[in-house]
Design a protein around this ligand. Structure first.
Ligand code: ADP
Ligand code: MG
Ligand code: MG
Length: 887
């Protein structure tokens, strides 16, 4: 018989931390904490299998589940002396969802379940505190009505606001027992009015209502969207945790809070968290009252005059410090903790590995390795390569003038500039139009995820460091300033009021998530650099990885930046980008528009010295590291004059009539330029172009080698080869030029000639092509395009729809399609090696900077990956992780 329910409590548990698949993350860790003997209110977990059974059977429960739940409630009764539904020995519970991975789309927790008009009196008598009892009941009605019955909690908040205004109270905690009683009456009337039925009084009905709501929430839209965004399979299901209540709202000696064992923003090794006295559950996160600091040090740092937990409840504080240290050691990772103090006694309600910024992740990994808690290899494995992106983004130039219009909490580091938008939909819309926006909200909720994704940064006027906005932004690596209380969002008029300034949607602001500042306008930014913990992790990664990491670069600035990020050469220098400069484009156009070889050679003569100096500079920057230069690749018409002005300019330079030029331009028109006259096809029809480029490369190599003393071994790459004879034709010209340059200069030039593999035919004929090619570079952008027959420039319009309908899981232009395109890569690599043992193999498509694709490259045994300069550190780390995985 299947076991659907696992109990925990009082130093023992049926499950453990390793049972996340079955018990969900929350349930597994509650069980583990119990087994460690920590103070955890007893309870039980209904398994994810029960959830799957529920969906497989038309939303019904397994037959034995009811009995199992009853038995588990008995188990709690045995441990607590309290019985669910029994006013004489009242037991209240919380019902909490818990999937394997923490999922914002899931049902919110319901607290104080089991309360009704009768039991609330029992609770009051039991605690000797009726204010506390009614406070709990009103919370329960709000939460249960909202998450189980679907009545928005705002209707209750309105009632409460009205009452507070009438009574002249500012805080919820100011209300007396009688006043709460009145509020409860209004709440219940509202439920009946809105839903046409009374608030359920039967505890069993309440319990099963909540359990059903947790299961149902697995298939709500929020959860489905979240799963899609995070590649979480539907088959995981969610668990339900039912747990005896402990009360943080039993007056001034009670409290509730959340904490991290290390600072999740900076990584500093110091307990970091917030709490509220006389409060319950998510009050801290919801930002209703401003939370207090846990440690004295944090309080002083924050300049707060509200006492810390350390000061206020020293015993509970010390117990909490001890437990947090123990949990961090036990899990060997920074923990995110939730706790409640009931009349001075500490209870643990959750632990999990804490989300952190990339900066914090690096610091924590490096320090834990130095502390001997984890190995260097584990430290490297712990960093999500994609998250490094955060550190490779600009920060505000310290010398820049700052027009500060507001101040909030530094919730997620990095700076961002954009136009103000007030809604997530507006953010998404603007993003689709290519505009950069800052999402400005009072606070965010799980419904804002898509807007947060679309925005450059997030600004909220309410909420602390652990508010929804802060946590999610850190997870996404987006700059965020939260709780900027001096700013006011006026939703009705669609304005942001900041220190006397009124800002409207479309106005540009900058946020600095590293210090909490909100600035008017755009501000100069600084480029990131690689140092400290970041450099350390990179150093460790470099010891582990096998593949080399090169960069795709053609400008000296990019090449230098890539070097500073650790690039070990250039994997792709796109020569065409070098022709777009003002002084060159005219000569380029002359070349293209010339209708004789002579005319072309004349124009190429002008381009030669420019190309030569470009290459020489790159060779010098790369100081002996390999540099792969690709011969001219795109269809020629990309360079053509478009406006009348441009046509006139080129015509003058060529000394021909405008009309003649226009005709020639039209003659070059192609219906499908991507599949047209481009790549090596240009070199076959106009060999003089390839010859000029080869000459520029070899002359530059001689020059740079002489100047720097570093040997330069250029790798000349012929693009878009499908036939061996295409390569042979071009290679013969390249070799001839090399011989000429050697004869002229008297210098010996070592060089390689290779090809890109970017057509299926080239992959299929790789064993033959390898007879001539000394290296292969997989141009996976084009190879994806030509394998799928999908134009990269036109794919956006339908690929997103494919993703939404689950026809494809991922955009194949972002992450390599391993089954299809990858199969071609694997095949070509094997065939190439069969012909030419040790043939140099690399990848230079966009995929060279994508961690999942890099893992594949390691599996196939490529020699290097090449990616854009900013992704070099990501690739270094991903390559190391791939190497560890392969072992
Ligand atoms: P989330 O997944 O959103 O963090 P939780 O299930 O952890 O939701 O519940 C949120 C908060 O509710 C907890 O941090 C805790 O403060 C409170 N809570 C949950 N269960 C109990 C309980 N049994 N007793 C007291 N407070 C509880
Ligand atoms: Mg929650
Ligand atoms: Mg929680």
């Amino acid at each position: 018989m299947t076991k659907w329910v696992y109990t925990f409590g009082d130093g023992a548990a049926e499950g453990r931390a390793g049972d996340k698949n079955l018990l969900g993350g929350k349930g597994a860790n509650l069980a583990e904490m119990c087994s460690l003997g920590l103070p955890v209110p007893p309870g039980f977990t209904i398994t994810t299998e029960a959830c799957n059974w529920y969906y497989a059977n038309g939303r019904a429960y397994p037959e034995t589940l009811k009995a199992d739940v009853t038995a588990a409630l008995d188990h709690i009764a045995k441990l607590t002396g309290r019985r669910f539904g029994d006013p004489a020995r009242l037991l209240l519970v919380s019902v909490r969802s818990g999937a394997r991975a923490s999922m914002p789309g899931m049902m919110d927790t319901v607290l104080n379940l089991g309360l009704n008009d009768e039991t609330v009196e029992a609770l009051a008598a039991d605690a000797g505190d009726s204010r506390f009892a009614y406070d709990s009941y009103r919370r329960f009605i709000t939460m249960y009505s909202d998450v189980v019955m679907g009545l928005d909690h705002e209707v209750f908040e309105e009632i409460l606001e009205d009452q507070k205004a009438q009574l002249g109270h500012e805080l919820d905690t100011d209300l007396t027992a009688e006043e709460w009683q009145e509020v409860i009456g209004l709440y219940k009337a509202k439920v009946e009015e809105e839903l046409g039925r009374p608030f359920p009084q039967d505890p069993q009905e309440q319990l099963w209502g909540a359990i059903g709501a947790v299961f149902s929430s697995w298939m709500n839209n929020r959860a489905i969207t979240y799963r899609r965004l995070h590649d979480i399979p539907e088959s995981w299901g969610t668990a339900v945790n039912v747990q005896a209540m402990v009360f943080g709202n039993m007056g001034e000696t009670s409290a509730t809070g959340v904490a991290f064992t290390r600072n999740p923003s900076t990584g500093e090794k110091a307990l970091y968290g917030e709490f509220l006295v006389n409060a319950q559950g998510e009050d801290v996160v919801a930002g209703i009252r401003t939370p207090q600091n846990i440690t004295e040090r944090a309080r002083i740092d924050a300049g707060s005059d509200k006492p810390s937990l350390q000061k206020l409840m020293p015993e509970a504080f010390q117990a909490f410090v001890d437990i947090s240290e123990r949990l961090e050691k036990h899990y060997r990772d920074m923990q995110d903790l939730e706790f409640t103090i009931e009349r001075g006694k500490l209870w643990m309600l959750q632990t999990r590995s804490g989300k952190r910024t990339a900066k914090a992740a690096l610091k924590i990994a490096v320090e834990m390795a130095s502390e001997g808690l984890i190995t260097e290899e584990e430290a490297v494995a712990r960093i999500d390569p994609a998250s490094l992106d955060q550190l490779l983004h600009p920060t505000i130039d310290p010398k820049a003038e700052r027009n500060v219009i507001g101040m909030g909490l530094p919730a997620s580091p990095g700076a961002a500039t954009g136009e103000i938008v007030f809604s997530s939909d507006a953010a998404e819309e603007a993003r689709a139009q290519g505009r950069k926006v800052i999402l400005v909200r009072v606070e965010t909720s799980p419904e804002d995820i898509h807007g947060m994704h679309a925005a450059e940064g997030i600004l909220t006027t309410r909420g602390g460091m652990t508010s929804h906005a802060a946590v999610v932004a850190r997870g996404m690596g987006k700059p965020c300033v939260s709780g900027a209380g001096s700013l006011r969002v006026d939703i009705r008029n669609g304005t942001l009021l900041a220190m006397g300034v009124t800002l409207k949607p479309g106005d540009v602001i900058t946020i600095d998530g590293s210090n909490g500042q909100v600035l008017k306008g755009a501000v100069p930014m600084l480029q990131p650099e690689l140092s400290g913990d970041f450099a350390k992790i990179m150093e460790w990664a470099d010891k582990i990885r096998r593949m080399k990491v090169r960069t795709n670069a053609e400008t000296p600035a990019d090449a230098r930046m890539a070097r500073s990020f650790g690039a070990e050469g250039i994997g792709l220098c796109r020569t065409e980008h070098m022709f777009f400069d003002d002084d060159r484009i005219v000569a380029m156009r002359e070349m293209i528009l010339a209708d004789t070889e002579e005319g072309r050679r004349g124009a190429l003569e002008k381009l030669l010295p420019m190309q030569r100096s470009d290459f020489a500079e790159l060779f010098e920057i790369m100081a002996g590291l390999p540099v792969t230069i690709r011969l001219l690749d795109p269809p020629l018409h990309e360079f053509l004059p478009k406006t009348e002005e441009e046509i006139a300019e080129v015509a003058a330079a060529m000394n021909v009539a405008d009309d003649k030029l226009r005709q020639r331009t039209e003659a070059l028109h192609e219906f499908n330029p991507m599949l047209g006259h481009r790549g090596c096809r240009l070199a076959v029809t106009y060999p003089e172009i390839a010859e000029m480029q080869a000459r520029a490369i070899f002359e530059a190599a001689v020059e740079a080698a002489q100047k720097t003393g570093n040997p330069v071994v250029p790798e000349v790459m012929v693009p878009l080869v499908g036939l061996k004879k295409e390569l042979d034709f071009v290679k013969a010209r390249i070799d001839a030029v090399a011989d000429e340059v050697m004869a002229e200069s008297g210098a010996q030039i070592d060089y390689l000639v290779g090809t890109m593999i970017e057509l299926p035919r080239a992959a299929i004929r790789a064993h033959v092509i390898a007879e001539s090619a000394e290296f292969f570079s997989f141009g996976t952008n084009d190879l994806t395009q030509t394998t799928f027959g999908i134009s990269r420039d036109d794919a956006a319009s339908f690929l997103e729809s494919y993703r939404q309908k689950n026809v494809i899981e991922q955009d194949p232009f972002v992450s390599l399609d391993i089954d299809g395109v990858g199969e071609l890569v694997r095949m070509a690599a094997e065939k190439g090696r069969a012909t030419r043992a040790g043939i140099k193999l690399g990848i230079c498509g966009e995929h060279g900077g994508d961690p999942a694709s890099i893992r594949f490259c390691e599996e196939v045994g490529l020699d290097y990956v090449s990616c854009s300069p900013f992704r070099v550190p990501i690739a270094r780390l991903a390559a190391a992780q791939a190497a560890v995985r392969k072992r």
